[in-house]
Design a protein around this ligand. Structure first.
Ligand code: BES
Ligand code: ZN
Ligand code: ZN
Length: 495
């Protein structure tokens, strides 16, 4: 969304849109709101007095304006206590305002939250929240398409136009990446399958990302039978998508990000129950984050070298599908007994992770996967599971996750759990013998394919999609992970 930053606005100008101002806890009006209140003979004060509005964070008071004011509607947004203000909080405020505006028919919006406590950077974060929340997935709607499009023009009032613009541009790049992730995750599985995902990746070439696509022939030659076995029941050809963003020094070893990309997980021969099976279109959420992240890095010209790898397959039952009891030989040479064809993500990642470390020798490797239902039993829909063979890497991810509002929680790993996946006839089996610790045994499985590279696995099964309204992203695909990894790269790979 295009946002114009300007130093001031005029209440008398010919504007028929929405004006947004702000108030703090206990109804302390910000400077901008006070000015409007004075010019309107106390309209804001009167509106507040006749309502239950208290200025608490994300509270909204909406007033229709009288005819002598050029705006049609005034919205007061609560920013909460002054001492609790943060950039993240302001971004959420902006998103909250946009969630209201998305239901409005008015197309032009001006916001003025200016105050001594709010710097031009804060204004840009508020604008970023509006931008992030303005996305929606309505490409398949053919009726009622225009009923709520959201605003088409936004003017932000700031004391320093240049600083706000520069800050917003940086946020906008990440928002664009997040939107691309949400887009591919929202697409139905008859539209988004391995090759169409490859086509999405190819589009990033225009931004300077190098993109290579490996088809089934090439993967066969490399011995990637674990990945290929998952896709062998599908009409769609499996793909390994390899992207490189080289914005850092040529001698800097890259960071590698690897994503599970199961474009539909029916369970395969170990077929899933039909209730909620449609959710399994988002089983490519990990790969979606890798794609969106690469776009964000390219748009903001990140000074880092990052490899993004996506293992794309569709898991279907058919006469050619993999069976429970099959044994496959992975690219690493380790053999895997497939006990349950629904534990397919780890099979895809086994080869994608091995390939990535073998070819790129990354300094660190992070994978994202909607890997286990068990992670939602443990953490619900509030944290992603974090598993790592490296304390320092885990600490850094934990800390950045808290900063950007994409929190992760670390789980233990260890030999005790590893024994659970030893197979009687092969090197490893794809599910644990015991019933418990399903997310940990899955992580133990992955660890056997990282060759001791510092590695972290984010189980985002509970985070890639939300049935409830999330402050920044609403319902549906969240893009969880793009902001986290973007900030992680900025903090630890660029300087
Ligand atoms: N894609 C699922 C995990 C999942 C569940 C993602 C819910 C998002 C929401 C994964 O492939 C799977 O089916 N895992 C099984 C593992 C089991 C067979 C050991 C599970 O979680 O039940
Ligand atoms: Zn599965
Ligand atoms: Zn899956």
């Amino acid at each position: 969304m295009k946002i114009n930053f300007e130093k001031s606005f005029n209440l008398d100008s010919d504007n028929k849109g929405v004006l947004i101002v702000s108030a703090y806890d206990e109804n302390v009006l910000s400077t901008g709101a006070q000015a409007v209140d004075v010019q309107t003979q106390g309209m804001i004060r009167r509106a507040i007095e006749s309502s239950s509005f208290k200025g608490k964070k994300d509270e909204i008071l909406s007033v229709m304006c009288p005819h002598n004011i050029s705006f049609s509607q005034l919205i007061v947004i609560g920013l909460g206590k002054k001492e609790d203000l943060s950039l993240k909080g302001l971004e959420e405020n902006g998103a909250k305002a946009m969630s209201v505006l998305m239901k409005s028919a008015l197309s032009s919006v001006t916001f003025d939250i200016s105050d001594d406590k709010i710097c031009p950077i804060g204004v840009a974060y508020f604008a970023s929240g509006m931008d992030l929340r303005s996305w929606k997935f309505d490409k398949y709607k053919t009726v009622d398409v225009n009923s709520s499009k959201g605003p088409s023009s936004i003017t932000a009032i700031t004391p320093d136009v240049a600083l706000s613009e520069a800050t917003f541009a940086r946020r906008f790049a990440v928002n664009e990446g997040n939107r691309l992730t949400r887009h591919v995750v929202s697409e139905p599985p008859n539209v988004l399958y391995p090759k169409s995902m490859a086509a999405q990746a190819k589009e990033l070439e225009a931004l300077g990302v190098k993109v290579e696509i490996l088809g089934e022939e090439e993967m066969k030659k490399l011995g990637m039978n674990a990945l290929l076995g998952v896709g062998q029941g599908s009409q769609f050809e499996s793909q390994l998508i390899v992207m490189n963003w080289n914005g850092g020094d040529s001698n800097q070893t890259p960071l590698a990000i690897v994503g599970k990309g199961v474009t539909f997980d029916s369970g395969g021969i170990s077929i899933k129950p039909s209730a909620n099976m449609e959710d399994m279109k988002y089983d490519m959420g990990g790969s979606g984050v890798v794609l969106g992240l690469m776009k964000a890095l390219a748009l903001r010209k990140a000074k880092a070298n990052v490899v993004g790898v996506m293992g794309m397959v569709e898991n279907m039952p058919s006469g050619t599908a993999q069976r429970p009891a099959d044994v496959v030989k992975s690219m690493s040479g380790q053999t895997i007994e497939v006990i349950n064809t629904d534990a397919e993500g780890r099979l895809v990642l086994a080869d994608a992770l091995w390939y990535t470390q073998d070819r790129f020798k990354p300094s660190e490797m992070i994978n994202l996967a909607t890997l286990t239902g068990a992670i939602t039993v443990a953490l619900g829909y509030e944290y992603a599971g974090l598993f790592s063979n490296n304390d320092q890497l885990a600490e850094r991810l934990f800390s950045v996750g808290g900063d950007v509002g994409e929190p992760v929680w670390r789980f233990p790993m260890g030999k005790q759990y590893d024994r659970d996946i030893d197979s009687d006839i092969a090197d490893v089996k794809n599910v644990g013998s015991g019933r418990g610790a399903g997310s940990i045994t899955a992580a133990q499985f992955l660890q056997r394919f990282v060759n001791n590279v510092p590695w972290a696995h984010l189980d985002i099964a509970g985070m890639a999609w939300d049935k409830k309204d999330k402050p920044l992203t609403g319902k549906g695909a969240t893009g969880f992970g793009v902001r986290l990894l973007d900030a992680f790269i900025e903090k630890h790979y660029e300087n």
